[in-house]
Design a protein around this ligand. Structure first.
Ligand SMILES: [Zn+2]
Length: 307
């Protein structure tokens, strides 16, 4: 049982994936993460989430650092990128192995997605534990590795979304921690990285809310305290579409050609309910008046034409 230790000083993080320019959704999450921590004189950590080495590059990482600087979002230290940490992840993997919580999974993609597999109403797939007691091990394939989960409800008290809960046994199933190609999955890498960096506050997009209970389970297994969570609303186009990396006109490469950081931050802060009047605002000015309770929990509609 891990008892959360009250932090003397909050530690937050930026965890971008260096696979392209930041789009508005990334900027928004980074801005809130920074303002929350800096409003309480806390520390910010940067790390590059580049587990997918095919899509990510050092050039994009350099551009991301420059974009953060342009926004006025500074940080105190950068921890090594995930692509360089597989030996560290190996140690945590071994720890799970020693706890006898891991087993190899040989299920093929088509077996996992067959019509007989249990799916939840939101389309999420629940792994039914097919390989938990497997005795035939195909010699021609390498397995993925899964960690056994327990029948327990995890409660997240989110700073924005309020109470959220998930039972990993019935709503997720045993989780893959290492893929068949040897690459560690996001959930394990993030848990280890945040834990080792002493992160006390995780702020990210609402689409990652269901990752929180998965990471809380791994935190407990690894002996890390649980951080606080704030899952910020998604930014939507006026037609309700989620803004994404495909909206090239809304990535920083394009936006920086015709908008100042203060205009961008002011618009985001106003749209999110953080300030009463739309006006240019620096990141430092936002931090000075940042209050979690002012942040709207529902989706934020942004009209690119009004930026
Ligand atoms: Zn399996």
């Amino acid at each position: 049982m891990v008892v959360p230790v009250p932090a003397v000083k909050p530690v937050g993080r930026f965890a971008p994936t260096p696979s392209g320019r930041m789009h508005l959704g990334n900027v928004f999450a980074a801005l809130i993460a920074w303002a929350s921590v800096r409003s309480r004189d806390g520390e910010m950590v940067l790390r590059m989430e580049d587990l997918d080495t095919q899509r990510t590059s050092g050039e994009f990482a350099a551009v991301l650092r420059e974009d953060l600087a342009w926004l006025g979002l500074d940080y105190d230290r950068e921890t090594p990128p995930q692509s360089q940490r597989s030996e560290v992840y190996d140690r945590y993997f071994q720890q799970l192995q020693d706890m006898q919580l891991l087993y190899p999974c040989y299920c093929t993609r088509s077996q996992l997605h067959s019509v007989n597999a249990p799916h939840l109403s939101d389309g999420t797939y629940v792994y039914p534990g097919t390989c938990r007691n497997r005795t035939d091990f195909p010699a021609d394939r390498k397995p993925a590795w899964r960690v056994m989960v327990t029948d327990k409800v995890w409660h997240v008290e989110d700073k924005v979304q309020g109470h959220y809960e998930l039972n990993l046994a019935t709503e997720c199933g045993d989780m893959v921690v290492r893929r068949a190609d040897g690459v560690y999955v996001y959930q394990l890498a993030v848990t280890v990285d945040d834990g080792e960096a002493g992160v006390t506050e995780v702020v990210r997009g609402m689409d990652l809310l269901s990752s929180a209970p998965r990471q809380m389970y791994l935190q407990e297994l690894f002996g890390f305290p649980h951080p606080e969570y704030g899952h910020v609303p998604m930014l939507l186009a006026p037609d309700g579409r989620r803004l994404s990396k495909r909206d090239k006109d809304l990535d920083l490469g394009e936006l920086r050609k015709h908008i100042s950081p203060e205009q961008l931050i002011g618009t985001l802060a106003y749209s999110a309910g953080l300030i009463d009047k739309k006006c240019p605002l620096s990141a430092a000015e936002l931090a000075a008046e940042f209050r979690w309770e002012n942040l709207k929990g529902d989706s934020i509609y942004l009209d690119a034409a009004n930026l």
